[in-house]
Design a protein around this ligand. Structure first.
Ligand SMILES: Nc1ncnc2c1ncn2[C@@H]1O[C@H](COP(=O)(O)OP(=O)(O)OP(=O)(O)O)[C@@H](O)[C@H]1O
Ligand SMILES: [Mg+2]
Length: 424
């Protein structure tokens, strides 16, 4: 039975200069859980602000303000929802949290409900409210009790009801997408961390290995946020510093963030047909001029790293762009969600295309497409060399980080041997 279409209107706010201001009105036509169409109209006062930021760089650019004043804009490429708005919605884990709170079955709610319920800690700088005069979402007091959050995460994963004293997780956890239980945790000094908990039924200590891999990536010169781990009742929790929040002169600033899905104007189903080369093209087309060269070199290095550690969950939602206030443009976000996958296969593939041989995860294939990243062959070789010199010593680094021997053994098949990835 198909539901009747319903038109809904939501207010979109942007965090500018440490406070939310109305950015515009979003219209959504929904039938049950399907979004059939959307339109967005920027507020005139918003467009008049010198520091206004585009909600979506592809479908809702604001460079030509005259052309968009008072106009209802539609998503490009036949999409039914704007990528920049979709990025402010929770996915997988965040949805489970909302459903647990609303006592709703899995994936049963309209998208507009998920958008409205995602809460004040959602990723990036947008807020979505029922109307322009809806009060700002109350920012809950800091959540320090990891233990508490871990218990609530376990219950949500098991589909159990949450006792009221554990409901804090709803404000702390309903913000971010992805699969793994996670919540935002605040330090004594106000720094926000994304805590990633172990998931039930895993045969490895995933948070421990993910944290070690991020530190390894930092050793290889990649742009990695601060990462740390904590142990609770023998379980590891990984904490990664939230790069979409900054403190400047005692005030919190949120940084607008969009996924590579949004930059490439596609939806999740199209992700597997896309490539690193296409992200490189988007960087050239849309990033702030002064950042382009470094961002593309960094992207190439990330691709090489993903090949060497078999991080083949490198889909377009696991790459993102942040608005940079200083240069007034988009730049590549720091690295996140990198997890090696142990396998016995000698021939391996990444999720995204690598080079002339498609998704084949080899260094030869990476080299074949270097020019699309706007780097020289010399640069490409040097980058591969730099990343390889660190990754080949991964065991020594992991031991140094205190990863237990048993975990090192389990993850070892993820790391490539040079002969398997380089012929030339
Ligand atoms: N350090 C960070 N700062 C800000 N936002 C982040 C950070 N790390 C991740 N995010 C956002 O949170 C989302 C979910 O995080 P992540 O991708 O690490 O988890 P996941 O997809 O659930 O991971 P997993 O595949 O391990 O289950 C990301 O898509 C990104 O938008
Ligand atoms: Mg992810």
């Amino acid at each position: 039975m198909s539901a009747n279409p319903i038109n809904r209107r939501l207010a979109v706010f942007m965090h500018l200069d440490s406070q939310f201001v109305p950015a515009g009105l979003l219209g959504m036509t929904e039938a049950g859980t399907d979004v059939l169409a959307s339109e967005f109209k920027y507020g005139l006062l918003y467009l008049d602000r010198g520091n206004a930021i585009e909600v979506d760089p592809v479908s809702l650019p604001i460079q030509d303000k005259g052309a968009i004043r008072g106009k209802a804009l539609l998503p490009t490429e036949g999409l039914t929802l704007f990528g920049g708005i979709r990025d402010a919605a929770p996915d997988a884990w965040g949805r489970r949290v909302i459903e647990a709170r609303l006592r709703a079955p899995m994936n049963s709610l309209p998208e507009s409900t998920y958008l409205l319920q995602a809460g004040g800690q959602r990723v990036g700088a947008l807020d979505i409210r029922p109307s322009l005069d809806s009060p700002p979402i109350e920012i809950r007091s800091s959540v320090h009790r990891l233990e508490y959050l871990m218990e609530a995460a376990d219950r949500i994963e098991q589909g159990q009801a949450i006792p009221s004293q554990l409901e804090d997780i709803f404000d702390a956890g309903s913000n971010l997408g992805g699969m793994r239980p996670k919540a935002t945790v605040e330090d004594d000094d106000g720094t926000l961390w994304l805590a990633k908990f172990p998931s039930q039924g895993e045969r490895m200590d995933v948070p421990c290995i993910e944290a070690a891999t991020m530190r390894l990536a930092a050793e290889a010169g990649l742009d990695v946020p601060a990462v740390k781990t904590e142990t609770l009742h023998g379980k590891t929790v990984m904490m990664i510093r939230r790069f979409d929040r900054e403190w400047i002169d005692g005030k919190q600033h949120r940084r607008h963030m969009v996924s590579a899905l949004t930059m490439l104007a596609c939806d999740e189903r199209a992700s597997r047909e896309k490539s690193y080369g296409e992200i490189a093209d988007a960087i050239r087309a849309r990033n702030a001029g002064p950042l382009i060269k470094n961002d593309n070199r960094e992207l190439f290095a990330r691709m090489v790293f993903n090949i060497l550690v078999t991080n083949d969950d490198d889909h377009l939602r696991n790459h993102a762009f942040l608005w940079n206030h200083r240069v007034k443009g988009w730049g590549l976000s720091p690295l996140y969600d990198v997890m090696p996958r142990p396998t016995m296969a000698t021939e391996r593939f990444l999720h995204l295309g690598v080079g002339e041989q498609g998704r084949l995860a080899t260094l030869d294939n990476a080299l074949s497409g270097y020019s699309r990243f706007g780097i020289t062959l010399h640069d490409a070789r040097e980058t591969i060399d730099r990343v390889w010199r660190v990754v080949r010593e991964w065991k020594t680094y992991f031991e140094g980080y205190g990863v237990p021997g048993g975990e090192i053994e389990k993850i070892a098949p993820a790391f490539r041997h040079l002969n398997d990835v380089l012929r030339s």
